[in-house]
Structure formats: C-alpha cells, structure tokens
Design a protein around this ligand. Structure first.
Ligand code: XUL
Ligand code: CO
Length: 504
C-alpha cells in the first residue's frame, strides 16, 4: 500500500516537471543518476529569455527593473558601484524550501536525494551563474557546503570543493562576476551542534579551523572582497552546562588564528563578523554590533575585523537595522550588509527580500554620509517564501528587492545632497565646538572647575527642541520627492539640477 502511494507520488512529480526544465540534462531522470552525467542541457531559467533590462517606473513588464540602472550616476559613482549587489548561493540555490514542519517545496533538481554530488554541484552552479548573469548583478556569495556538500571523508569533500571552485572560476572569467565574500558552514553538520570554535571538544575546533583555512584560501584564490564569519552555533542552549569564560577564550583564539592565516596567505580582503543574537541557539555570543565590538576590543582584534550587518539580525536583537548600521559606523567597524528583512508579526529570522524604501533609505543615508561602501556590498541573504515555487519567483524576488534598494539609494543620496539630516545635527551639537565644549572634551577642566562656573552664574542652559517630528517630516518629503527616472549622467550636473529644483 505504502509502496503504491510512493510510486504514484513519484510518477506525479515526474509528470509535473517538464523534461526541458531539468537542469541535469534533457532528461531521463533516473538515467542521469546512474551515469553521473555532468553536462548541462537546457538553461534552467529558460522562461527568462535574457538579461533583465531597465524598463523604468512605467513599465508593465515585471521582468524589468523599475528603478535600478547600473550606470546611473548617484553621488559621483555608478549605481552598481554604490550598491555592490550580491546573490547568495545558500538561500537561493541550496535551500529546498523546507521548514520545521515540512519538506522542501522548490524545484531544485540538484537537491534531489541520490543525485551524484559532483553532478548536482555542477548543475547548481550552472543554474546559479545563469541566474546572476540574467539578473545582471556584479557579485555573489557562498559557503563551502553550498558548492560541496559534506561526503564520506574530509579528503573527498575537499576534492569536490576544488572541482566546484574550478567551475566557479570558469563562470567568473566568462561573465566577469565577482565574489563579495566566501564563508564556511560551521553549523549544519551534527559535529557542530555544540558550537564550532566554542565547542567543548577541541577536535571540533580543529575541524572548524580546517574548514575556515580552506575557505579563506578559496576566497583568496577567487579574488573575494571579504571573508565572513557567522557564529551560527557559537552560543549556548543552557547555562547549566556552559563555561562562558572558557568559550569566550576559545572564540578569541579561533578569530586570532583566522586573522594570522589571512596575513600569512596575503589575502587583502576584509574579515567580517556577522552579529546575530539567537537562532539557531538560544543565545549567540555575537549578539549585536556593540557586543561584537566590545569582544574584539577585549581581545585586541578590533583592527582585524569589521562587521557584516544583517537587517533581520538587527531586528531579532531588538534594534532597528538603522541602529545597527549607525552603531557600526560610529564604532569604526562597518563592513558590509546582508539586506534581508524580518516580519514584524513574528520573532524569528524570516529572511525575506527587502521591500521597505523608508527603512532602507535611513540605513543607506548613514552609509553614504560616511563615504559609502568600500569592500562591502548588499548581499541578498534572503529566502523565497515556501509557496514561491516557480523558477521565475527567484527573479521577481530579486528584481523587487534590487529596485527597493535602488530607490532607497536615490532617496538617501538626495538627503545627503540636501543636508536634510546633517545640517540640523551639526546645529544641535554646535556648542561642543565652542569654548566650553572644547574645554570639557580636551580634559582641561575638572568637575570642580565646572561647578565653579555654574555657581558663578555663567551657565544656565535652556531646553531646546529635538525636532523629531520636523525631521521625520523632512525625511519623508525627500523620500517622496525623489526622482526615479534617470537624470543627467554627469554627477555634478545631476547634483546642481536636483539641488536647484527641489530644496526642502
Ligand atoms: C544566517 C546567516 C548566514 C550568514 C553566513 O542567519 O545570515 O547566511 O550570512 O553564514
Ligand atoms: Co547573513
């Protein structure tokens, strides 16, 4: 009975998938499993015929950008160079659409159980790079296990990784794609259930070290701009079995070894730590920006690491994304962004594609006002919803997210050009540039000196408005007024034209 049902489901699945859609060749499905074929047949995303073009805000074609124009100059840089957008291989190509209550729903043939791992990795990579090329974004990001799932032995997994990296290198050369960051998956395998660097067993620490050494070298080989460490399970489930001081020392040792190896191999990219407060563990040591910066300073690592801030991790920590970006900039530790959002009605990492121009404008304003991105970028570390089972859904998600980001960039640049927030902020702190403020900050006055001045009647401060509602209104005006249609290409002409036309 059970067998009959399984066979019926299998036949139904086979019929539901048109043969031309199988990434593992034009397809006798069981045959490619037997023969372990590596060649790829039809394009995986054949329903998207070519590169996604700019259609403008009026276009009715959902497979076009309404706002994103890579060559449009914004604050003196091409939009593509301001945003440095990356596609994330993990969520978009290596996650089957499973959740805690159900199996995968997505059409990802390379994740089918039993497919030869090499064949599967190649099919996955070819589909991923077809996607990146059609989307027309410059970067991608991946974990070691996204392209080489763990097999029987370390040596075999390592050999598969090398083969996948060769293939990645070929795709990069062919289409000029760049690696925003590489990272090692130190959270999926059961050996990491009690952490990687913070594991009570030093052999697990050693295994994690081997993985990170390898991926750091792979990232270096591929010319990666950054290397990310996300402490997926560096935390605890219960304090009853946890020695906090010991685990902190282990994590510091691990991060020191990674920094040493970076210098040993001559990797010039930035090392990034990605804060997250919890999930999958109850408590994660890299809780938020301030916690990580404190940790780095305690262990003399602040010069070696910057931060990869994820929007949804910020909200999980009880902060806004804006807060985390502003904090990292204020602490001199800003690096890069994972731009997925959460859902305000639930408290876990839903990893959704961004859709709020208002929220992103404020974060982007902080980044632009601080000089813009350098090695970092905007990585779409985002997942489709489990019901988004069409191949084109991956395009729609990225197009909508990229347009949101592009619109937020225009709004943020507009605020920078108008000094919408900079001018009132400068005015608010003006006293600190005066005689009293500089005397206090330079350390040339004591508490007793200050008391004497107050008692002498020379100091009698009056409350002043913080102007919150005024500023909120001004920000909204800039967001609403922003020009979605490309203006003059020349940066100065663009600035002059905009500043003259619509001053707030
Ligand atoms: C998990 C997460 C990861 C890191 C890289 O929440 O954000 O994808 O970005 O391991
Ligand atoms: Co992330």
């Amino acid at each position: 009975m059970a067998l009959t049902i399984s066979l019926t489901i299998w036949r139904w699945v086979e019929r539901a998938r048109p043969a031309s859609r199988c990434a593992l060749t034009s397809c006798k499905r069981s045959a490619h499993r037997q023969r372990g074929r590596t060649e790829i047949g039809d394009a995986f995303f054949s329903e998207v015929p070519g590169r996604i073009a700019y259609g403008g805000p009026g276009s009715s074609d959902p497979l076009s950008f309404a706002v994103y124009q890579p060559d449009r100059v914004v604050l003196g840089k091409r939009m593509e160079d301001q945003l440095r957008i990356a596609v994330c291989l993990w969520h978009s190509f290596n996650w089957p659409g499973s959740d805690v209550f159900g199996v995968g729903t997505f059409d990802r043939p390379w994740l089918t159980p039993g497919v030869d791992p090499g064949t599967a990795s190649h099919a996955k990579l070819d589909a991923a790079f077809e996607f990146i090329e059609k989307l027309g974004v410059p970067f991608f990001a991946f974990h070691d296990r996204d392209v080489a799932p763990e097999v029987r032995t370390y040596a075999e997994t390592r050999a598969n990784l090398d083969t996948s990296v060769d293939r990645i290198e070929g795709h990069m050369a062919r289409m000029g794609a760049r690696l925003l960051w590489g990272t090692a998956n130190l959270f999926g395998h059961p050996r990491y259930a009690a952490g990687a660097a913070t594991n009570p067993d030093p052999e697990v620490f050693a295994y994690a070290a081997a993985q990170v050494k390898t991926m750091l070298e792979v990232t270096h080989r591929l010319g990666g701009a950054n290397y990310v460490l996300w402490g997926g399970r560096e935390g605890y489930e219960t304090l009853l079995n946890t020695d906090l001081a010991r685990e902190e020392a282990q994590l510091a040792r691990f991060l020191t070894l990674v920094a040493e190896h970076k210098h040993r191999i001559g990797f010039t990219g930035t090392l990034l730590i990605e804060p997250k407060p919890q999930e999958p563990t109850k408590h994660q040591y890299d809780y938020d920006v301030a916690t990580v910066v404190g940790f780095l300073q305690r262990h003399d690592l602040a010069g070696e690491y910057r931060l990869n801030i994820e929007a949804n991790h910020a909200t999980l920590a009880g902060h806004s994304f804006h807060h985390e970006v502003a904090s990292a900039i204020a602490l001199g530790a800003f690096g890069s962004i994972d731009v997925n959002r959460g859902d305000y009605q639930n408290g876990w990492d839903t990893d959704q594609f961004p859709n709020s121009v208002d929220e992103l404008s404020l974060a982007l304003h902080e980044i632009l006002a601080a000089g813009g991105l350098t090695a970092g970028g905007f990585n779409f570390d985002a997942k489709l919803r489990r019901q988004s089972v069409s191949r084109s859904d991956l395009f729609h998600a990225h197009i909508a997210g990229i347009d949101t980001l592009a619109q937020a960039l225009l709004a943020a640049a507009d605020m920078v050009e108008h000094g919408t927030l900079a001018a009132p902020r400068e005015e608010r702190y003006a006293g600190w540039s005066g005689q009293l403020g500089t005397a206090i900050l330079s350390g040339s006055v004591t508490l007793a000196d200050l008391e004497r001045r107050v008692a002498a009647g020379g100091i009698d401060p009056r409350p002043r408005s913080g102007q919150q509602e005024l500023l909120e209104g001004l920000v909204n005006r800039r967001i609403w007024a922003v020009d979605r249609v490309e203006g003059p290409k020349d940066a100065d002409a663009s600035r002059a034209g905009r500043a003259g036309g619509r001053r707030s």
